[in-house]
Unconditional design. Structure first.
Length: 507
């Protein structure tokens, strides 16, 4: 298997190599047009759900030989891109080792869809050393190009995964259409977008997709626009029909990577100071609370639920640390990784944001998953419909005077210069924001800290000397035999001055 880092490099090369490719036979051929609409797709998906699950497309074994070097030579010709070169032109992905499963893609114009047919000249091979790689018939996915064709900002490739380069023009975390039984040993299912329909609109590109799997069939619509420095926005509508009971249904799932950061020095195995695509889960719940949960690389798979009986919480995986010096990686630029924010639309009913963290010892594994799971049981024969907005951002999803957690460290508990407290750990967290402006030690600002396991030994908070609007929280806790969740915020006269930090300490 090609690892995650090499897969991303291959995707970057597929189009970069187009200039030297041999001539193609012309624009992609399309079949005769058929009527198409969002209502038709929903009806089609519902009809499929009533029958036996169709066999999913399988990986072409010939793709195994198409490695990094082959990907450097196989390309889709720029002049044959779908749609105009205005920042929404689409190019197609060839079948390669990291993306060996074909999909169907159609172009929608004036209410009719024309499926793209694979042709011998659809992809071409450029110059290079060694034997000429054999192009495997089929299309693996597609990407949407920046104006001028230098780089892309949106890609759908593999299972139900898709990603955007966001406002900082750097790929990182992914989204996917649906999560099924994530975090339940041996039961997770990965449904697949088997067919796509692409339509140009006045403000962007709309992607329609058919989702299929043993347990589910679904219809998806992604109305997508690129705001440049303002980020990429996708308004998503989805309807799914279940063939089987699903124990844990995951809506708007996000997938990322977290190996270690400055707060986890014991996990550091590489010379780089930090390695992660995202460093925290942010939640805005209906109760008005803003929660920051730093990501972790646990010793064993761990799942946490953040319930909100009042309705769906807005949530997302963020990369808050934007300093190059903290990563020192000038090859993949972790400081530029996009943030991805989910804004539910309409009444989703009660449920919870789930965070699943998997141990990893390398940066090539996506080991973080966040999603919303409804309280309503996901039973065979039922259907679910959700609308939400995805925002691929460089910064915070909304402005707030509340102080944010901007740094965090773990260490031994006890007074410096004295023997450490046996069986105890120390959490140090820095908060910074407008709400702390001008507040000194005599301002009445106090930490509000609770734990669900273990025992608090000491808690203190104070303004950091020489740092405006920045306070430091220090918590010593005696750990028990179970994971401990520390819940902390800064308050003044009972009023919250900061977001709520939830830090999990594992035994």
């Amino acid at each position: 298997m090609i690892d995650r880092r090499e897969s991303l490099a291959i995707l970057g090369l597929v189009l970069a190599s187009g200039a030297g490719a041999a001539a193609l036979a012309g624009p992609p051929r399309t079949a005769a047009g058929r009527p198409f609409s969002w209502d038709w797709l929903k009806g089609h998906a519902a009809a499929l759900a009533r029958g036996k699950a169709r066999a999913l497309p399988q990986a072409d074994p010939r793709a195994h030989s198409l490695d990094y070097d082959a990907a450097n030579r196989i390309s889709f010709r720029a002049e044959d891109s779908l749609f105009a070169d205005d920042g929404y032109a689409v190019r197609l992905f060839p079948i390669l080792r990291p993306s060996p499963v074909p999909v169907r893609i159609a172009i929608v114009e004036h209410g009719r869809a024309r499926q793209i047919e694979h042709s011998e000249g659809m992809f071409a091979v450029g110059p290079g050393e060694g034997p000429e790689p054999q192009i495997v018939p089929g299309i693996a996915g597609f990407r949407v190009m920046n104006k001028g064709g230098k780089g892309d900002w949106l890609a759908f490739l593999g299972a139900s995964y898709f990603r955007s380069a966001g406002a900082l023009d750097q790929y990182g975390l992914s989204a996917r259409g649906l999560a099924i039984d994530t975090g339940i040993d041996g039961r997770e299912e990965f449904p697949v977008f088997t067919s796509f329909w692409l339509e140009r609109t006045g403000v962007g590109v709309t992607v329609y997709a058919l989702l299929e799997g043993p347990s589910v069939t679904g219809a998806y619509r992604f109305v997508t626009s690129n705001g440049g420095k303002q980020g990429v926005v996708q308004d998503v509508s989805m309807v799914i029909w279940l063939r089987r009971d699903i124990a844990r249904l995951g809506i708007a799932p996000l997938t990322s990577m977290f190996w270690y950061d400055e707060g986890n020095p014991d996990k550091r195995a590489d010379w780089r100071p930090e390695i992660h695509d995202s460093d925290g889960l942010l939640i805005n719940n209906r109760a008005g609370e803003r929660i920051w949960r730093p990501l972790a690389n646990p010793k064993r798979p761990t799942i946490n639920a953040f319930g909100d009986p009042a309705g769906p919480s807005a949530f997302g995986l963020l990369q808050r640390d934007r300093s190059f010096d903290h990563y020192q990686d000038d090859g993949v630029f972790y400081e530029r990784r996009p943030n991805l924010w989910v804004e539910p639309r309409g009444d989703w009913g009660p449920g919870a944001v789930m965070l699943y963290e998997i141990p990893t010892a390398r940066e090539t594994d996506d080991n973080i998953v966040a999603f919303w799971t409804p309280e309503r049981p996901a039973k065979k024969g039922s259907s679910f419909a959700f609308d939400y907005r995805l925002r691929w951002l460089a910064g915070e999803p909304s402005s707030t005077p509340l102080a944010r957690v901007i740094a965090r460290w773990m260490g031994t508990a006890g007074r410096p210069g004295h023997e450490p407290i046996v069986g105890a750990r120390r959490l140090v967290a820095d908060f910074e924001g407008a709400a702390l402006d001008g507040l000194g030690r005599d301002s009445g600002t106090e930490p509000d800290v609770t734990v669900d396991e273990g025992r608090l030994l000491s808690v203190s908070a104070y303004p950091v000397v020489g740092q405006a609007r920045r306070w430091r929280l220090i918590v010593d806790i005696a750990c028990g035999g179970k994971p401990t969740n520390i819940r902390a915020t800064l308050r003044r006269n009972g009023e919250g001055l900061s977001e709520t930090l939830i830090q999990q300490i594992c035994p």
